[in-house]
Write a protein that binds this ligand. Structure first.
Ligand SMILES: NC(=O)c1ccc[n+]([C@@H]2O[C@H](COP(=O)([O-])OP(=O)(O)OC[C@H]3O[C@@H](n4cnc5c(N)ncnc54)[C@H](O)[C@@H]3O)[C@@H](O)[C@H]2O)c1
Ligand SMILES: O=P(O)(O)OC[C@H](O)CO
Length: 331
């Protein structure tokens, strides 16, 4: 089954984003997607659709699916698009790889508080690492509506090669070498999107949402700088750009979760039996602890944690945030 993988991009993960990225990759050559769900493999190979995670999108005929991870080992590069908490196990289950791994999950590992590139390096030390992150709802990208992302790669030559293989007129990667910054923006914005959803669910208005995006961005920046990210990356597509997108629409799973919490739902009920992933729910407690470790104040992230654990109601966390001492904006 590895026949035909020469020049192919492999995609690890058949959720909405993996499928949309397979569509991007297929516009420039073969794309082979690994999915854990046999139904997804069948649906893609027989009907050119991922009816489970990205229904009603006609996929390019160059997108093929497999249930066998081993089929991907000879691909030119691998887009790694599992949810953050499962990435280590999936990469650990593959033979030692030398092709570039393009990490696309937005989160931090619960057990270790590590970013995805640290996890990938531990499991696949020979593979050059890249991070692809930005404001991208999967269904829009799959429909070839215009989008731009950060493609952060430490090795400039690898970056140029990936750019040539993945860029399309409607999908524009911007190169960066700030892998940490690209990952922190994507992980933190998911938690802030939950908070914005709460604002929406409680009917607090658009002024409150804009204030939360700005103060949330200040938290992202404080944490990012403390962890070695560059300010320009945090203010770019993978940081502020994605924060604005995810805080603006119920198309976001994180925003929708927050809206449900704001309307009085419990996190346990809202998260039960979800097939799709709201990464912010996993990242929030990890980020809260990681921020404390570097002595960074992240009150909005703390409020989301309190809501998710049920320690405080949506009304109480909003009240606590509004009662915080007044201070200088840049302080
Ligand atoms: N959907 C988007 O618009 C979008 C855009 C950019 C980035 N992302 C990021 O991409 C990552 C994947 O999200 P998605 O939207 O493709 O997923 P999804 O919510 O559409 O689907 C869930 C995915 O989780 C996988 N999964 C569940 N249990 C697993 C396990 N034990 N091991 C491995 N995989 C398992 C499923 O196979 C499926 O691929 C997330 O980190 C997300 O933040 C998503
Ligand atoms: O649906 P969400 O909240 O996971 O957001 C999807 C993407 O990350 C938006 O860039």
């Amino acid at each position: 089954m590895t026949a035909g993988t020469q020049g192919a991009i492999g995609i690890i993960g058949g959720g909405a984003w993996g499928t949309a990225l397979a569509q991007v990759a297929a516009a420039g050559g073969p794309a082979l997607l690994w999915a854990r769900e046999p139904d997804v493999v069948t649906s893609i190979n027989s009907r050119h659709e991922n009816s489970l995670f990205l229904p009603r999108v006609a996929l390019d005929r160059q997108v093929r699916a497999t249930a066998d991870l081993g089929d991907l080992v000879e691909c030119d590069a691998l887009l790694v698009v599992t949810p953050a908490q499962h990435m280590r196990a999936v990469l650990a289950g593959m033979p030692r790889l030398a092709c570039p791994l393009i990490l696309c999950a937005k989160g931090m590992e619960e057990a270790t508080r590590k970013l995805m590139h640290d996890v990938a390096r531990e499991e696949q030390p020979d593979a050059p690492i890249a991070v692809l992150s930005g404001p991208t709802f999967a269904h829009e990208v799959a429909a070839r509506q215009p989008a731009a992302v950060t493609l952060a790669v430490e090795d400039a030559e690898v970056g140029e090669r990936l750019l040539a293989r993945l860029a399309r007129p409607w999908f524009r990667p911007y190169l960066s070498d700030d892998v940490i910054g690209a990952e922190i923006g994507g992980a933190v914005k998911n938690v802030l999107a939950i908070a914005c959803g709460v604002v929406d669910g409680r009917g607090l208005g658009l002024n409150a949402r804009a204030a939360l995006i700005s103060r949330g961005f200040a938290e992202m920046t404080r944490f990012g700088l403390a962890r070695g990210a560059r300010a320009e990356t945090l203010a770019g597509l993978s940081g502020l750009g994605d924060l604005v997108l995810t805080c603006s629409s119920t198309n976001s799973r994180n925003f929708s979760l927050g809206k449900g919490l704001g309307e009085g739902g419990s996190a346990a009920d809202l998260l039960a039996d979800r097939r799709t992933v709201a990464e912010g729910a996993f990242t929030a407690p990890v980020l809260h602890r990681a921020a404390a470790e570097v002595g960074i104040d992240m009150p909005i992230v703390a409020a989301v944690c309190a809501l998710l654990t049920g320690e405080a109601s949506a009304a109480a966390v909003v009240e606590q945030l509004l009662a915080r001492p007044l201070r200088a904006e840049g302080g």
